[in-house]
Design a protein around this ligand. Structure first.
Ligand SMILES: Cc1cc2nc3c(=O)[nH]c(=O)nc-3n(C[C@H](O)[C@H](O)[C@H](O)COP(=O)(O)OP(=O)(O)OC[C@H]3O[C@@H](n4cnc5c(N)ncnc54)[C@H](O)[C@@H]3O)c2cc1C
Length: 475
């Protein structure tokens, strides 16, 4: 089979290597340039990736990424090791700060990586380019899909693509790995197909990040836990490679007052109000200005509507299929797991029948990954409503719509106070369990609520909203 992959992001490249290992011929077409020569630091300093707006934002590569690479493409880990990367464990911070006293069998499933994304992509690119059967063509954008008609449904059956230069490239299967702004929906509509059905949240988070080079003698080299949720903002503290670390503030897109965080002075003043994050930045020297990112709403596209594929001969994976709130750091995890699902399906007899392939892929994707996407989206909607209530004058405390949110919110507050609760939360971050399965034991749920009753407020202790607004200059 010849598979054509649109987009050389993490999902497209990982899929290409997996399919080539199964004996398929794979062509990856990517609009942007490839990594510049000169190794890891050149990739970070000068690789231009207009196709991926978040390219220089911190990326936690959580356990599902580590696990998938270790089992499917271990050479990527070797490549990263040669760049100086050391894998870590999601529980390292809790151990370092004395909250977990013992290592338990099974803790190794929380192995993860903190590496700057340009280095991660450069490692994937190096492995893809030397894998027999894979051709990566850069500076080659896809402009349109080529299609005939499927016999039964009369919907388009995609047989290849047209590049920006007008070249036709034919394939047995086209894989849309073109990311969050994938043009494939529009291209399908141009062919007379109805296009995918898109679920999209109206509000979302904005992110404001700075990187620091840790000062020598800075205490820990991992944060206690990557994310924390305060009254009006959430934060991510990310360890990078090469002594870099970053702090990101996530604010609601409706919260206009906090948009001043894009100014360095306002950002620095805000950081001083958050002791854990300020400690993490460790009086380090900033090595970037504030990197801002908007348009991060949760979104999912369905290419099978009422049981009928919108088109055959094409499937959509990674961010092109669904995006999630970056606060969870799960985008690459979902993309890589979805690549393994497609690989597995292509090993079955469904691969020979375009209808069955499209329906089968939709079914496994929705059945396995759709559940995670649903849980993450529900959390977003509640959390944004909570922040928006607290931003009003007078502030309105968000009354949870149901026990599910109350439980999830309580978990955020208490997870670092009990080793079993922490491991169950880590299992959800590792995509080893949904919140329902990780907390199927009623005794564990009761422990969550019992600890929650001891907490003074449902968010981490930090500055009040008035203090935060005063610091950023919009009080
Ligand atoms: C601020 C922010 C922080 C994040 N942090 C994390 C994190 O900590 N951990 C995590 O796992 N995830 C994180 N994510 C999510 C992660 O970035 C995405 O899930 C990931 O990039 C998806 O990979 P992908 O390969 O599916 O798509 P992309 O990385 O978007 O790649 C798509 C590729 O397709 C190319 N392309 C597009 N159109 C065409 C075309 N017409 N022709 C040819 N090529 C085309 C693009 O140039 C691009 O290279 C974050 C996202 C954001 C916004």
């Amino acid at each position: 089979m010849h598979a054509l992959v649109i987009g050389a992001g993490p999902t497209g490249l990982a899929l290409a290597v997996m399919l080539a290992r199964d004996g398929h011929r794979v062509t990856v077409l990517e609009r942007d340039a490839g990594p510049p020569p000169g190794g890891a630091e050149a990739a970070w300093a000068s690789w231009s990736r207009p196709g991926v707006t978040q390219f220089r934002h911190p990326h936690l590569l959580l356990p599902a990424v580590f696990r998938t690479l270790r089992t499917q493409i271990p050479e990527v880990l070797d490549e990263l090791t040669s760049m100086g990367l050391r894998p870590g464990n999601l529980l390292d911070g809790a151990r370092r700060f004395g909250l977990l006293d013992e290592e338990r069998p099974g803790d190794e499933c929380f192995m993860m990586m903190d590496v700057r994304r340009p280095l991660f992509e450069a490692a994937l690119d190096a492995v893809a380019c030397r894998t027999a059967g894979v051709t990566v063509r850069r500076h080659t954008g896809v402009r349109a899909l080529l299609a005939g008609r499927e016999r039964v449904s009369r919907r388009p059956h995609v047989v290849g693509v047209l590049t920006a230069d007008g070249e036709a490239v034919l394939a047995d299967l086209v894989v849309d790995a073109a990311g969050r702004n994938s043009p494939v929906g529009r291209m399908l509509r141009d062919l007379g197909a109805p296009g995918p059905v898109e679920e999209r949240d109206e509000s979302a988070f904005l992110a404001y990040t700075r990187y620091f080079r840790a000062a020598s003698g800075t205490e820990a080299d991992v944060p206690l836990w990557p994310s924390a949720h305060y009254e009006s903002v959430s934060t991510i503290s990310c360890a990078g490679d090469a002594g870099l670390r970053s702090v990101s503030f996530f604010v609601s897109s409706q919260d206009r007052a906090l948009r001043l965080l894009h100014r360095e002075q306002a950002w620095d003043a805000a950081l001083r109000l958050f002791p854990a994050e300020a400690r993490w930045a460790g009086n380090g020297e900033p090595v970037t200005g504030v990197i801002a990112m908007s348009g991060m709403e949760s979104r999912r596209r369905a290419y099978v509507v009422s049981g009928v594929p919108v088109a055959t001969g094409i499937v959509s994976i990674g961010d092109a299929w669904a995006t999630t709130n970056p606060l969870f750091g799960l985008g690459v995890s979902l993309g890589l797991l979805q690549a393994t699902l497609l690989r597995a399906l292509l090993r079955t007899r469904d691969a020979d029948d375009p209808q069955r392939l499209t329906l089968g892929f939709h079914q496994v994707t929705e059945g396995i990954l759709g559940r995670f996407h649903h849980h993450l989206g529900v959390w977003d909607r509640h959390r944004l409503a909570e922040i928006e209530g607290l931003s009003r004058q007078p502030p309105a405390v968000y009354e949870p719509g149901g026990p599910d949110w109350q439980f999830r919110r309580t978990l955020d507050t208490v997870k670092l106070r009990d080793p079993d609760i922490l491991r169950a939360v880590a299992a959800t971050a590792a995509l080893l369990a949904t919140p329902e399965t990780a907390f199927s034991d009623p005794a564990l749920v009761e422990r969550v609520f019992a600890l929650g009753r001891l907490a003074e407020q449902p968010w981490e202790p930090g500055p009040s909203r008035a203090e935060l607004l005063a610091a950023v200059g919009s009080g």
